[in-house]
Design a protein around this ligand. Sequence first.
Ligand code: FAD
Length: 348
Amino acid sequence: MVGAGILGLAIAWECARRGARVRLAEARAVGSGCSGGLVGALAPHAPDAGAGWTPLKAFQLDSLAAAPGFWAEVAAAGGHDPGYARTGRLQPLADAAAVTRAAAQVQAAGTRWAGRGRLEVVPAPAGGWPAAPATGLCLLDDLTARIHPRRALAALAAALAARGGRIDAGRAEDERPGGPAAAVVWATGWEGLARLAAGLGRDAGGPVKGQALAVALPGVAGRPLLHAGGLFVVPHADGTVAIGSTAEREFADPFATDDRLEALHAAAVAACPALAGAPVVARWAGLRPRSATGRPVLGPWPGRPGHFVANGAFRIGFGLAPGIAGLMADLVLEGRDAIPGEMRLAPG
Ligand SMILES: Cc1cc2nc3c(=O)[nH]c(=O)nc-3n(C[C@H](O)[C@H](O)[C@H](O)COP(=O)(O)OP(=O)(O)OC[C@H]3O[C@@H](n4cnc5c(N)ncnc54)[C@H](O)[C@@H]3O)c2cc1C
């Protein structure tokens, strides 16, 4: 394995769990890439009735449904709590059009979600979580969960170690690492996508910067996530609440936070008055690995026998991790290719 972000660690763990001997090489440190952030929303796509339902959305749903078992096993194996909880999500409905659309989504969820979660329109709760919308209504689902990104990585690293896996941090692998590995999986984030595309002469897509922050607000860990006006408010078990995220195609410094984050914070307080006055305890920025299609790229590395790619999880790497780990372990260890077509790295 190469790359100790959420994809590399989840695949490494899944392979070790199935009995493989695993070494994971990381250029810097566990979580030094996009996965070392603050947010950790595990939220399904809106179950629209029409053509908007894609194999990726269905795959993400399967992965979210697998998450409770996946994370429970990781916690049990390594003894570290990843901060996973299925606390649900509230989306305030701003106007009559939003209420009409929500009604259609509730109906579509009946078939699309196939009993794995419930979606309903409910009265907005009192108490500023969220600000009361003009309609007085919210869309509530019980499928959405949260996970603490940094704790999840630590939990995976501990679980991997418990199964005899090794992490070598502080050394970048070149594109043909030596050693006796029978297979090498490259889960190297935005840098890896750029190198892959350059090597194959294809469009790299390009990373999308994101900024997020965390405030201290104890006592709300069991509340549902809020998804309002494009932003997420995610209460974590450690007494922090994460607020995310910006999405920036153009930026000067990929890892600096700036006024856009302060504007996001102000918007979050307006959407969720319960956050007012809560002190900021962390600010963070990173680069999301976005492929040319915006979808994951998984599969054998064209022209490099024994090498595989797991990348391009873009905005939902934590949500997709259990599913991608299973797909890649099937492929690498058992030669079974169940990768949905639109997520497969095109051969040749
Ligand atoms: C602000 C923000 C908020 C987000 N919120 C969410 C969210 O709420 N829910 C969600 O599911 N997702 C979220 N995401 C997206 C999620 O973080 C990414 O999809 C995910 O982290 C990608 O993981 P990765 O393992 O592919 O890449 P990375 O985490 O970037 O890992 C790649 C690793 O490979 C290493 N590496 C690179 N090259 C080499 C080399 N040659 N040799 C050795 N090591 C190498 C890097 O150092 C790095 O550690 C968010 C992203 C951002 C930026």
